[in-house]
Write a protein that binds this ligand. Structure first.
Ligand SMILES: [Zn+2]
Length: 132
């Protein structure tokens, strides 16, 4: 209900998505034209972790709370959530932006996305200066 109200106010689209096995389902409010971050830090490269950012309150976990596992490393500020059954990471909380969820555009159901613009982010050099 809250999501529905914000959707009307901001002209955002309610995207739905989930993991591969279907245990984890979520809804997120975001534009229909997405700006997706293509980061070159250690974990984003390994996971090909393309994502777009939304404020925490624009995200709603619909199902799968018990199926989620969280991987953290180094400062443990990033929370890499993944489904314990199929291993897919539909969303996570980035270290660079702990007040946002990073959402995997490839985990959205699809029909609500009009276009994706990719933005390269140099997370690798940020990592180097902080010794990680
Ligand atoms: Zn799953």
């Amino acid at each position: 209900m809250v999501l529905h109200l914000m959707q009307r106010e901001n002209g955002l689209v309610r995207h739905q998505g989930g993991c591969h096995c279907g245990a984890v389902r979520f809804e997120v409010l975001a534009p229909s034209v997405l700006t997706v971050i293509d980061c070159n830090c250690s974990i984003c490269v390994k996971k090909q972790n393309k994502h777009f950012l939304v404020p925490l309150n624009h995200f709603k976990l619909v199902s799968g709370h018990d199926a989620l596992q969280t991987y953290t490393f180094n400062t443990h500020s990033a929370k890499h959530n993944f489904c314990s059954s199929c291993g897919v990471q539909p969303f996570f909380i980035p270290r660079s932006s702990p007040t946002s969820y990073g959402i995997a555009p490839h985990c959205l159901d699809g029909s609500t996305v009009k276009k994706i613009n990719f933005e390269k982010v140099n997370g690798k050099n940020r990592d180097r200066t902080k010794q990680r």
